[in-house]
Every structure is written in C-alpha cells, then in structure tokens.
Design a protein around this ligand. Structure first.
Ligand SMILES: C[S@@+](CC[C@H](N)C(=O)[O-])C[C@H]1O[C@@H](n2cnc3c(N)ncnc32)[C@H](O)[C@@H]1O
Length: 399
C-alpha cells in the first residue's frame, strides 16, 4: 500500500479530531458526569466495566483490540498515526562518551545523532549543556555552535566541551529574540532535541523563510503564548476553519501526557494523591453546595500530608473553603478511590486520541515547511520506551 502524503494524513487526522472533539477534549477528572456519557451511554458503561488488567493493557496499547472500536474509528486513527521508523541501524556515538549525561538522555542522543548530516554549519537550538552538539561534533571531528539562554548551562556545557576537547561553542542566546535569526542561513543545519512549543515553532517559521535545514524532535506543544492554537501551516489554518474546531492551550497538553512508566513506588504515591484529590472534590461539592470542579494546586510529594484529612484541610485552606467540624473522612476517601478507578477507565478515550493529536501537531509543522518548498521526512527516531516524544522532523530546503 502506498504511504499517504503528509497533506492527506494531516487533513484526515484533523477531520477525525474535529469530529470527535466532544469525546476527547473533556477531562474525566473534572466531571462527575462526562458531557459525552449521555450521548454514548453504552461506551461509558463498557469502559466502567473493564478489569484492571484490561485497563492497563489499553493504557499501554490503546489501538490493540479496543472495545472502543464499536463506537470510535480506532483502526483509522491507528493507521493515520502510525509513522515510519527513521532510526538508522548503523554505528552511533559510543556509550563511553555519555559519562556526563543521564543514561536515558544519552541513549536518546545516540538514537538522534546519526540523523544529523554534517554537511552544513551545525547549530544546536535550546541546547541545555550542549550534550547533542558535543556528541555530534566529536563524532565528525567538526565544530558546532549551541544556543541556550541559561548562563549556568552555557558555562557548564562549555566546561564539558573543553574537558572532552570538542569544539563546541555555547552561546547564551534567547532563541525567541529577533536577533537569533542570524544563526539561520541557507548554509546552516539546525538540530533541536526536545525543544518546546514556541521555541521550535519560531525556529521552523524562520528556517522556512531563510532556507535553513532543520532536524527537530518537538515536545511540549502547550508551551506557547497563544491561548488558542493557531496552526503554523496554511493548510492547518484553512482546514481548521473549515472543519470548525478550536483547541485551547490546555488541550495541547494531552499530546504529551503519556509518560514513561514510573517505578511502582512512585506510581502508588501518584495514585494515592489522585484519589485524594478526587475525594476532596467530592467533599468540596457537598460542603459548598456547588456541583463544579475546583482546581487545587499541585503539591510536591515530599510535602504531601500523611493522611487524607490532612490533605483536605490543606486544600480547603488554599481554596478558602470552611470545613464543618465533623466530617466522614473515610466515606470521602473511599469515594476518591472509587472515582479514580472510574476516571482511569474513562480516560481511555483520550488515550486513543493522544498520539493522533501529537502526530497532527507534528504534521502541522511538516506542512509549514513543505509549503515553503522543503522536502520533509516525518517519523520516529527511537522506541517510545526510550522517550514517548520520539517524533522527528527532517526538513531540507530545495537547493
Ligand atoms: C527541554 S530542554 C532540552 C535541552 C536539550 N536539548 C535536551 O534534549 O536535553 C529545553 C532547553 O531550552 C532552554 N530554553 C528555554 N527557553 C529558551 C529560550 N528562550 N532561548 C534559548 N533556550 C531556551 C532551556 O533552558 C532548556 O535548556
């Protein structure tokens, strides 16, 4: 079968996201009765009835024999969101060069680096300590410029480059500033591993205008100034208007919510914290008489009170809610855990649209570059166990 063009994929994914927005957009955490549940009661029931085992299986692999396929276009979403593997099978940076880098980050760099062709002046965008620049520079025996706005990271990165005798120059640079454009020329290739929202958006918009080659693994699409998503590509702006849908900045976060599985202990702590939040939500609705979700700020785990009552007192104080002297704490705590089970199951609908949304956002970036006449490849550069943000966009200007 022929691979669909980016233009085709983008249009069809956009149409499905638009059609099913009322199902994937609401957060089950915030709704005692989900808006879509009255329209699709059997779908909600089917999810509520899932065993823990089935729930975990669908969380890990949302498209594999899903009960949701009775209502939702599961197979179509799966095939539109499935992308080619662009990882090269050849040699890569040696393990020994990653001494100063976290193990997982180094393995991501090992997967990404072979995709960087050293045929131009290389610049790393949002470089942190410039680990990628250092690896690529050392591998090819060339100099690399790296841009990072935090002076401490520039200093530490410069020190590492000197130690390893690699010609990497870290420049303290706000990449959003207009003058950062001077780094983008037709002779440059910019590499960016996990550059967030506007930081990579601005890169692509300027590279498109200036004819600069880019290799980018995007992340954190929600880190953007605009409250509502404005597609970068002409196709995206036109079709979103035609399809009649909008996305708030908060909706974009869904695309990157999938995290690599945390250790069991951390997972249990998180679950307890979520159950307590839901328990407090049930309690505050009863106490205030307002059947509406009340956002409570997050609390780092070290500061989490020891018991449910302590957590509720803390949350009530933050929200200026007076609690009655006597409360059936056990009842609300149990309700919190019951709701957690329900919310986890209803969330499976969102899991199904998560990767399609991420791919749609990546395709919007791809189409921006194609519209500017670039040749673009979109695919994955590593397994998602290494990082769920494993999409890579390679844009080469027509010369
Ligand atoms: C998600 S980290 C990625 C770092 C590195 N590429 C990696 O993969 O580990 C994003 C980096 O962008 C930097 N950054 C954030 N805003 C920036 C800006 N306006 N200009 C330049 N760098 C920025 C941050 O300090 C951080 O080091």
């Amino acid at each position: 079968m022929m691979t669909p063009s980016h233009e085709h994929r983008f249009r069809h994914l956009g149409a499905l996201l638009a059609e099913w927005q009322s199902v994937w957009q609401p957060l089950p955490f915030q709704h005692r009765r989900l808006p879509w549940a009255s329209r699709y009661p059997a779908m909600a029931e089917a999810l509520r009835g899932l065993s823990d085992y089935e729930t975990a299986r669908l969380q890990a692999r949302p498209f594999a024999t899903s009960p949701l396929s009775s209502w939702l276009p599961v197979d179509e979403l799966a095939s539109l969101a499935s992308l080619p593997d662009l990882a090269t099978q050849g040699p890569t940076l040696p393990d020994a060069w990653g001494t100063f880098v976290g193990g997982r980050k180094w393995r991501q760099i090992q997967a990404f680096a072979p995709l960087v062709t050293p045929d131009a002046d290389l610049v790393e965008w949002c470089a942190g300590k410039g680990h990628l620049a250092r690896g690529v520079g050392r591998w090819h025996g060339i100099g690399v410029e790296a841009l990072e706005w935090q002076s401490e990271l520039c200093r530490a990165g410069g020190e590492l480059a000197r130690r390893q005798e690699v010609a990497v120059q870290l420049h303290q640079q706000d990449v959003l500033a207009e003058e950062a454009s001077r780094w983008l020329t037709p002779k440059t290739r910019v590499m960016a591993l996990h550059a967030c929202g506007d930081l990579h958006g601005r890169l692509l918009e300027r590279a498109a205008r200036r004819g600069t080659a880019v290799i980018l693994a995007p992340c954190c699409y929600q880190r953007t100034e605009a409250e509502h998503y404005r597609p970068l590509s002409e196709q995206g702006r036109r079709e979103m208007a035609e399809q009649g849908w909008r996305m708030h900045r908060d909706d974009l976060a869904m695309a990157v919510q999938e995290t690599v599985t945390a250790p069991a202990g951390v997972r249990r702590q998180r679950q307890r914290a979520n159950a307590w939040r839901l328990g407090f939500d049930a309690l505050q609705r009863d106490v205030s008489g307002r059947d509406a979700y009340l956002p409570v700020p997050s609390l780092s785990y070290g500061r989490m009170p020891d018991d449910f009552a302590g957590f509720c007192r803390w949350a009530a104080e933050r929200k200026r809610l007076a609690l009655p002297a006597r409360l059936d704490w056990a009842h609300y705590e149990t309700e919190g855990f019951r709701r957690l089970g329900e919310v986890t199951r209803l969330e499976l609908v969102r899991h199904l649209f998560r990767r399609p949304l991420e791919v749609w956002l990546a395709l919007d970036r791809v189409r921006l570059m194609e519209e500017a006449g670039f040749r673009v490849r979109l695919g994955t550069f590593c397994e998602r166990q290494l990082t769920p943000r494993n999409l890579v966009i390679e844009a080469t200007p027509a010369r």
